[in-house]
Every structure is written in C-alpha cells, then in structure tokens.
Design a binder for this molecule. Structure first.
Ligand SMILES: [Zn+2]
Length: 182
C-alpha cells in the first residue's frame, strides 16, 4: 500500500480530530463511537457498574412492580432505570438505536435468562467475567453486548456549542480531558 492510499483511507474523529486508527469501535483518544454523531461517546466502566448497582436498590424501594413499569418505559431508549439515572444507554454498534424490542431481548433474554443461567451453573463466574469484560475488550463490550452487537454510550451528548468547555470534571471519572481541534 502506498502512502497516498493510506492517506485516503484515514478517517478523522469528529470529536477530537485525531486519525481513527485501529479495529475498535471507539476512538482510542476520546472514545467517540466511530460512525456515530459527534459527542456520542463510550460509557465508562464506572458508569456501567453504577447503573447496575443502582438497579438493585431502585427495585427494592419501588417494591419491584414500580421498577418493572419504569423498566418497560426505559427500554425504548436502550436503558434500564439504573442506566437512565446515571445517563447511559445501549445502542447498536453503529450508533443507531436498539429500540424497545432489541433492548428487551438484551436485558431480559440475554442478560437475565442466559447470563443468569450460566452464572448459576458456574457459581457466579460467568456473571463476574461478563461484567469485567468491557475493561479488556477493544470494543468495550460485555459478553451480552457481543451477542447483541451493541455498545453502551453516554446518553447526554453535548450540543456543539458546549462541546469545547466540557468534561474534565465528570463526576463518574475516566473520560479524560477533551481535546478539540479545528
Ligand atoms: Zn476522538
């Protein structure tokens, strides 16, 4: 491949301006989801963990039934109540919405029934591996994401006018400083 060919093939991240290299779904510099709108960026591991941990007390304080009704509404946005509270959502790997049906499959069939069943068989090992998987995966996907071809992103994309002043103080951490060029 010639230098000219390589230059033509390079795509630049609309968020941070660096060349989008590597096979992963996200910009390795700012975690923008490749191919998605600007400012659509990966949910951090901490946010995903917080969302999961929040669903448990939310289920309890709403006596279960409240959580289930809430859940049925949040599914349309690729969310659970916990995800909605911390501001993250599951989308297709190309950034398009999953929709209610695919989110239901992801949350109930894959995570609830399949991962739950395999976790019971393995004394919880599958459960732990699944939740830690995004930390080591180039696409930041858990096993249920791989089965659904989904990724988890922050659901609060900044309007372009605010993009230059954000995100070094994100209370959930891990996003890193934002570098805007051009
Ligand atoms: Zn970037």
């Amino acid at each position: 491949m010639t230098t000219m060919d390589q230059q033509i093939a390079v795509r630049y991240c609309p968020d941070c301006g660096v060349a989008e290299e590597g096979p992963g779904r996200f910009c390795t510099n700012c975690f923008h989801l490749k191919g998605a709108e600007p400012n659509v960026r990966a949910a951090t591991f901490l946010r995903r963990l917080a969302a999961y941990l929040l669903d448990i007390p939310l289920f309890i304080v709403t006596l279960g039934i409240g959580w289930i009704i809430w859940w049925l509404f949040t599914l349309a946005n690729g969310q659970t109540p916990g995800k909605q509270v911390v501001g993250i959502q599951a989308v297709r790997a190309d950034g398009r919405p999953l929709g209610w049906g695919l989110t239901f499959v992801r949350e109930f069939i894959i995570k609830g029934l399949l991962i739950g069943f395999l976790s019971n068989l393995t004394f919880g090992i599958v459960f732990v591996v699944n939740y830690l998987f995004p930390m080591f995966d180039k696409n930041l996907q858990a096993l249920h994401d791989k089965m659904m071809s989904s990724v988890v992103v922050k659901d609060d994309p900044l309007p372009a006018s605010r993009a230059r002043i954000d995100t070094t103080n994100d209370p959930w951490g891990g996003d890193g400083p934002r570098q805007v060029t051009g």
